[in-house]
Ligand binder design. Structure first.
Ligand SMILES: [Zn+2]
Length: 327
């Protein structure tokens, strides 16, 4: 008997029925950059179509998002003033808490995940505080600062916090402060598996968070390593992470698969700024079809084991799901 796999590919309704990977708008998260000032929606040059908004202009992004059927954001604050400790990160009147209060007031249905890190707030641009030599990062001195930043965001209305700094022990430090502060029900999405990646370039422009010296290789992971990803994921689970993230997405699909098979919690993938910029640039040059590439890339991430996707293309992907193009 001749095997005929093509039988199941013959008609669109049948192809849709036998799909092995399903996407849902409920699993999409949209990153939002909020900055100081008034009346500002400033396009990020390396991320066409993405903006830094002042608090009063956030509805421009959120209305469009909710209309597309996506109801989750990841919020990044961009302060005007920075210092060596990154004290703007835990200031209850800092940019992120003010944005969170306004968003939750205006859009009670919007699920707000607050990124937690110091790099947007430190004058040196590193994700932790510097040791006395002024060069190395002091891991353990950074932990309480991350924890109080997370608490400030939760008190301002964040539904979930997502530490992205890659310091050892930060999930445990945040969990324990949240628990002691009556916030035991707030989940933590850990950037557990975060590689030191060239694909973050446009984000650093967007958030003004490029390090002023050195690089982040002493805390972000070496992209040669896969077993280490499992170690990081399992450590964060032990410390109380509710969701484990792998970042970036496309160059790390093998890691995503391995992590999703190793843990018993939901796994998120962050399709980062450089992945967005590459598709945008190639599409603008006429080298690829943007919609087709966005769909293929998004499905690949779920096929590799992700349960949710953080992506700058979230509203577009929701639109493609609505059209039945993917999903
Ligand atoms: Zn950082």
């Amino acid at each position: 008997m001749v095997q005929r796999p093509r039988r199941l590919r013959s008609l669109q309704p049948l192809r849709a029925m036998v799909r092995e990977t399903r996407l849902s708008k409920a699993s999409l998260i949209y990153p939002v950059f909020v900055r100081e000032g008034c009346g500002i929606a400033e396009e990020i040059a390396s991320m066409p179509g993405q903006y830094r908004y002042s608090v009063d202009r956030l509805p421009a992004a959120v209305d469009r998002l909710l209309e597309s059927g996506v109801d989750k954001i990841m919020l990044f604050g961009i302060p005007d003033c920075k210092d060596s400790l990154g004290s703007g990160a835990w200031d209850e009147n800092g940019i992120a808490p003010r944005a969170l209060r306004e968003l939750k007031r205006r859009y009670p249905e919007l699920y707000c995940i607050a990124d937690v890190c110091l790099c947007e707030y430190t004058d040196h641009g590193h994700c932790g505080v510097l040791a006395s030599d002024g060069r190395a990062i002091d891991n353990d001195k950074t932990l309480p600062l991350l924890a109080k930043s997370a608490l400030a965001y939760v008190r301002a209305g964040a539904d979930m916090v997502a530490p992205s700094d890659m310091m050892d022990g930060r999930v445990g430090a945040i969990r324990s402060l949240l628990d002691q502060s009556g916030c035991a029900d707030v989940p933590i999405m850990s950037y557990a598996v975060k590689y030191s990646s060239s694909f973050y370039g446009p984000f650093r422009e967007a958030a003004g968070s490029a390090p002023s010296f050195g690089d982040r290789k002493s805390y972000q992971m070496d992209y040669h390593n896969r077993r280490e990803a499992l170690k990081e994921a399992l450590l964060d689970l032990d410390e109380g992470a509710d969701i484990i993230m792998v970042k970036p997405a496309l160059s790390y699909l093998d890691v995503l698969l391995a992590v999703s098979e190793a843990v018993n919690v939901p796994v998120a993938a962050y399709s980062v700024s450089g992945e967005y910029a590459m598709i945008k640039a190639a599409a603008r040059a006429g080298y690829i079809d943007e919609a087709a590439a966005v769909c293929e890339a998004a499905v690949s991430v779920f096929r590799a084991g992700a349960d949710m996707l953080i992506t700058y293309f979230a509203p577009e992907i929701a639109g493609y799901i609505n059209e039945g193009r993917i999903g």
